[in-house]
Design a protein around this ligand. Structure first.
Ligand code: GRF
Length: 210
């Protein structure tokens, strides 16, 4: 049976695009954005996918909006919900409804730099390696079980924009890979850690970019 995936996004949607173009054994059942003018929705429509705008500004109560959003997601019977640049904190009730089938991508090597402005903070700290992480979402913001990470070197002359672009190129590699592993039923969460079934070392989860 093909894995049914619902994508949530708020903007550009380049990670969604990478997943959509990766020829994965999945069906993208719907793409939902909390921002009606998100470019990701236009791309979804252009691909003939179901694209839905649910404007959070019309629902000031976070709990109520998240309940509405969760109902909409469930209408599409997803096996997996993919956060692809969804720029809103999700309520605990929402996360509980989808826990175990909710993935996020974060532009840092978690647990370093949770939250926003990760590239600026990496440069300010002078780290020599930066990167991105795909993880399962739990109630602990940006701290769920890690599926895959990619690292990039930080250059002496880096700007936040240049670093972000190099990290983003890696995001486009690791997110489709994570979704593929999920689709193959290879991701097993054990005591907050992800084991990759069929990989005796469970270490093939780090790729290094340039
Ligand atoms: C990415 O950097 C992702 O890591 C973060 O938000 C950004 C979304 O970019 N969560 P896009 O919309 O996928 O292009």
């Amino acid at each position: 049976m093909t894995l049914r995936v619902v994508i949530l996004l708020s903007g550009r949607g380049s990670n969604f695009q990478a997943i959509a173009e990766a020829r994965l054994p999945i069906e993208i059942a719907a793409v939902i954005s909390n921002r009606p003018n998100a470019a990701g929705l236009d791309y979804a429509r252009a691909r003939g996918l179901t694209a839905i705008a649910l404007d959070h500004t019309e629902h000031p109560d976070r709990e109520a909006f998240d309940a509405l959003l969760a109902d909409e997601i469930e209408r599409h019977r997803p096996d997996l919900v993919v956060l692809a640049g969804y720029m809103r904190i999700l309520s605990a009730a929402f996360i509980a409804r989808f826990e175990g089938r909710l993935l996020n991508i974060h532009p840092s090597l978690l647990p370093m730099f949770p939250g926003l402005k990760t590239h600026e903070r990496a440069l300010a700290e002078g780290v020599k390696i930066h990167g991105c992480t795909v993880h399962f979402v739990t109630a602990d913001l940006d701290h769920g079980p890690i599926v895959i990470q990619a690292a990039v070197p930080v250059r002496a002359d880096d700007t936040p924009g240049a670093l972000a672009a190099r990290v983003l190129a890696q995001e486009h590699c690791i997110y489709p890979q994570a979704v593929q592993w999920f689709a193959e039923g290879r991701l097993e969460i054990n005591h907050g850690r992800v084991n990759l079934k069929g990989d005796p070392t469970s270490q093939s989860v780090l790729s290094t970019g340039t």
